[in-house]
Design a protein around this ligand. Structure first.
Ligand code: SF4
Length: 362
């Protein structure tokens, strides 16, 4: 048997015996398939699974999701990261509910028009929901194909992308598109894994170029490394009779539509409190007296393109904060769990509640 049919045949055989029993497997309702695929973008199955169940229960139809308040969608998404997915999901649900009268699009091209849906997700929905012959290509697929066929063209180059998409379409078993796509995703996620693939027991090892050439760890090839931007956040915990202030992040930036605390971003991490007081807090207080009570040890969060270091400063304003900051929401500290915060703010909130904050007091 030639290399290509050998691959497809053995992959489908492997899938029959080893497929993962997941709640969306065999699902034919395109709305639920769409939910699962958006939730699983850049997310491990174990992490995404409870969110899929939560969304299915909270929004059993696309109309329920479309009519839900944005804050409740963001709150249900809290902790999953990549929040633009939730915003796009909500916008697309509104579009399907009103423009398409609740009918989910049923061609690859129309599915691709939905906000937040790229070629991978469109192929997954088209094949799982409608048995249409479109091959999925994601990180797992790049890795499996690069290793098996020994392709060293960088997967993040235009040439590489084109090459992998063409190959994936050639390998797809058109009559079993859903099974084939699910098979290659499961195989990449559980068997031909990034760090320790199960090569010795692999049914494809005989024809696998990377295995036969003892070069599995050299694939897939990437051309560029992402440069991360370092950002330093100083959050103000403004204590005011058991209340603190939160605000919605409305700017076009990370965590849009989530909540956080009044924020001062600086070029570097602030060591002492004097610069914070002189340079920033005086303006906020309108020149009135401000006291800095403590600062937390730094919290860190790594995103795809950014590294965030956040310090939480507890401050007291003696004459209230300036009127221009009316966008701040004053809330009882015990009620802050009703807001959807980014992970780094939640970590602070949890440490505060557990009394495990490491503080420098002044
Ligand atoms: S032999 Fe190893 S590298 Fe090749 S397809 Fe199988 S698991 Fe992946």
């Amino acid at each position: 048997m030639k290399k290509e049919p050998f691959f497809t045949h053995h992959l489908l055989q492997w899938f029959k015996k080893n497929q993962r029993p997941l709640p969306w497997k065999g699902e034919k309702n395109p709305y639920f398939i769409w939910l699962s695929e958006i939730i699983l973008q850049q997310t491990r199955v174990e992490q995404g699974l409870p969110y899929y169940l939560k969304f299915k229960k909270a929004y059993p139809t696309v109309h329920d999701l479309a009519n839900a308040p944005e804050d409740s969608v963001m709150k249900n998404w809290q902790g999953l990261g990549y929040y633009s997915r939730a915003r796009n999901l909500h916008a697309a649900a509104k579009y399907i509910s009103t423009e398409l009268k609740g009918k989910f699009p049923d061609t690859y091209e129309d599915i691709l028009q939905l906000k937040g849906v790229g070629p991978y997700t469109a192929a997954a929905i088209a094949s799982f929901g409608y048995d249409l012959p479109h091959a999925v290509v994601d990180g797992n697929v790049y890795r499996v194909l690069a290793r098996y066929f020994g392709i060293d063209t960088p997967i993040d180059s235009t040439k590489g992308k084109k090459m992998f998409f063409t190959l994936a379409d050639q390998l797809l078993e058109a009559k079993q598109a859903a099974d084939y796509n699910q098979a290659i995703m499961d195989f990449g996620a559980t068997f031909c894994t990034p760090k320790s693939p199960s090569c010795p027991t692999c049914p494809m090892k005989k024809h696998c170029t990377a295995f036969t050439q003892k070069s599995v760890n050299l694939y897939p090839v990437k051309s560029k490394k992402i440069q991360k931007r370092h950002r330093f956040f100083n959050y103000l915990i403004i204590n005011d009779e058991n209340c603190i202030f939160v605000k919605k992040r409305i700017e076009k930036d990370i965590w849009q539509n989530l909540y956080d605390f009044p924020l001062i971003e600086t070029e570097q991490m602030l060591e002492g409190r004097d610069i914070l007081k002189e340079k920033f807090l005086k303006k906020l207080s309108g020149g009135e007296k401000v006291e800095i009570i403590s600062k937390s040890a730094p919290f860190r969060q790594i995103l795809t393109h950014q590294k965030i270091v956040a310090t939480f400063w507890e401050v007291k304003f003696f004459c209230g904060i300036c009127a221009e900051n009316a966008s701040y929401i004053r809330t009882a500290r015990k009620n802050i769990s009703q807001f959807a915060f980014p992970k780094i703010v939640n970590q602070y909130n949890e440490a505060f509640q557990n009394n495990s904050l490491i503080l420098e007091t002044f």
